[in-house]
Design a binder for this molecule. Structure first.
Ligand code: ADP
Ligand code: MG
Length: 568
């Protein structure tokens, strides 16, 4: 009929894009290919920023850290089966780290996949994604796209944030429906991450415990950074006078140079504290599970603020669980403290301060040497000064020694500026995080990378050049994993942990039109980084580090199983 011919139509492609836009999603990280090539093109045409990567895992890591930085789910778009699986690693990592992210993947014909008849890139992606993320959904009808996207967004950001999988079979994209009905089917998610107020009795229990503490400690985790409750957290810490210990991605919520920072007295405060307030930090391996040698013999009571009730008692008894969002919980504590709440005793804060000053003084000379070849300390000493002078720089950091030493040496001054390997201690986040950090914040990015860590995502230097991002990558090149000195005892091959000697990673950046620099001293390193940040041009600095420098597995060598069978 004439009516049908003049009817305005929409389709799956446009409904997905409209649903994302309606919910304030302005960026997609992905890798194009069947069946989502046109989706990316159309999204770009409709004004969404589409950042195309060389490998899905890096796009996924970018989406995950975009979620951490913005509290909106980062979107990663992948092709079916292998592309999906590559993205899934990042989705699982996001879920582990409590970063909100949605992996949207195209998939093959349901009818063929479910009968296992061998379709192009056949895989039951929904079933595979499910155990690795917070929630997983599939949309089969164009009319359900609005609801599917809304469910994915709410699942990603409400409660404990995490990864969500959204499966969009190829056929969905070309399904048509009436445009007006399509528009009506979209859902703008209202209050996607509602505040969760702590129970008044729980607040009182925590305050009672804190009031009697002799040696209280506050531990800040990346949940506290994510919550963006910076002012409330600062007020709680300064009003109570309690020393605080930031986990690595919580560094900078308060500056590491704050008088109450106990970062440089970590061993002492873990051992000697009697009441510990955990704010958005889990008692997992990174905190030695809240028990054992690092926590000392003194009886310890924990107050834990977390949005996830099941986190309580995960490793040790939590004497005062405070379930709610960090902003609401910390505000409730501050209000409950009133005017007369006792400050942490100067006996305790004094002993923490003197231990910290002693440790800082001991470290100082190692950071100032202008040696060649560089060791980790002298190279990081140079970078430490740069972050001090340019505190709004986004710092990305991965590696073994490069990570463990940078975490301690480079002071942070602003919240959510340090992005690193997170809960899994995973390698490969580097370029994905660096790209998203530049895209989401517009700030200069300094990525401090071990040479091994860099290799997992190194091809994305092309992406950095293509989008002309203000990213300066520093590769700490000590010729290998941990060190550059392993040899094959049989004499046949290179040692298992070494790379090509004296590689020039800087040439990789030059290949794509960026700036490459090779440096051998801390002074040269500092000059090159400053020039990169001043120019805003994509830069890769190959920082030559003594192959003898570095220890096995950095700070976590104790996790390596040892063979008890000695070869004769
Ligand atoms: P870190 O590794 O820095 O110690 P974790 O990832 O172990 O940090 O812990 C982060 C914790 O923060 C998680 O248990 C998560 O549930 C919690 N969390 C995340 N966002 C919020 C929020 N807005 N309010 C309360 N807790 C949160
Ligand atoms: Mg190395």
């Amino acid at each position: 009929t004439v009516e049908a011919e003049t009817q305005e139509l929409t389709d799956g492609f446009h409904l997905v894009i409209d649903a994302l836009k309606l919910n304030g999603i302005d960026t997609i990280y992905g890798v194009p290919g069947i069946p989502i090539t046109d989706l990316g093109r159309m999204a770009q045409e409709e004004g969404i920023r589409v950042v195309s990567f060389r490998h899905e895992q890096n796009a996924g890591n970018a989406a995950a850290i975009a979620g951490f930085l913005t509290k909106k789910p980062g979107i990663c778009l992948t092709v079916s089966a292998p592309g999906f699986l590559n993205g899934l690693t990042a989705l699982a990592n996001a879920t582990t780290n409590c970063f909100p992210m949605i992996l949207i993947s195209g998939s093959s014909e349901r009818e063929i996949v479910d009968l296992q008849q061998g379709d192009y890139e056949e895989m039951d992606q929904l079933a595979i994604a499910k155990p690795l993320c917070k929630a997983a959904f599939r949309v089969l009808h164009a009319a359900d796209i609005g609801i599917g996207v809304a469910r994915a967004i709410r699942a990603a950001v409400s409660g404990r944030p995490g990864g969500v999988y959204l499966d969009l079979p190829a056929k969905l994209f070309s399904q048509v429906m009436d445009a007006e009905a399509g528009a009506k089917s979209l859902v703008k998610v209202i209050d996607p991450a509602p505040a969760q107020l702590p129970a008044p009795a729980a607040v009182q229990r925590a305050l009672d415990l804190l009031k009697d503490a002799k040696r209280p400690l506050i531990v800040l985790g990346k949940g506290a950074a994510y919550a963006q409750a910076d002012d409330e957290i600062r007020t709680l810490i300064e009003k109570s006078g309690i020393p605080f210990l930031p986990m690595s991605m919580a560094k900078g919520i308060l500056p590491d140079t704050h008088p109450q920072s106990a970062g440089a007295a970590r061993s002492l405060v873990l051992k000697d504290s009697d009441v510990v307030v955990l704010i958005g930090a889990r008692l997992n391996w990174l905190l030695s599970h809240g028990k054992g040698k690092s926590w000392g013999d003194a009886p310890k009571k924990f107050i834990q603020i977390d949005i996830e009730p099941k986190e309580m008692d995960s490793n040790v008894e939590i004497a005062a669980p405070l379930v709610g969002d960090i902003g609401s919980c910390v505000t409730a504590l501050i209000d409950g403290m009133g005017e007369s709440f006792p400050k942490a005793s100067s006996d305790w804060t004094g002993s923490v301060a003197s231990k910290k000053d002693a440790n800082i003084a001991k470290m100082a000379p190692r950071l100032l040497k202008n040696s060649s070849p560089m060791d980790f300390h002298s190279a990081l000493g140079a970078l430490r000064t740069i972050i001090k002078e340019r505190p709004d720089t986004m710092l990305v950091n991965e590696g073994a020694n490069t990570l463990d030493l940078a975490r301690g040496i480079i002071d942070m001054y602003e919240p959510r500026k340090r992005l690193d390997v997170g809960t899994w201690g995973v390698m490969g986040i580097g370029m994905g995080f660096a790209i998203a950090a530049a895209v989401e914040t517009g700030k200069p990015v300094l990525a401090v990378e071990g040479d091994s860590a860099f290799g997992f995502s190194g091809m994305e230097v092309e992406t950095i050049c293509r989008y002309n991002l203000p990213v300066c990558v520093v590769v700490f090149n000590n010729n290998g994993i941990y060190r550059g000195t392993d040899t094959d005892p049989t004499g046949r091959d290179p040692g298992t942990t070494v790379f090509v000697k004296d590689s020039r990673y800087d040439k990789m950046m030059e290949a794509f039109g960026g700036v490459g620099v090779n440096v051998t001293t801390p002074h040269e390193l500092a000059a090159a980084v400053n020039a990169a940040i001043d120019s805003g041009r994509p830069t890769l600095i190959n920082a030559v580090i003594d192959p003898e420098a570095g220890s096995e597995s950095g700070n976590i060598g104790s996790l390596n199983p040892q063979s008890v069978v000695k070869k004769k």
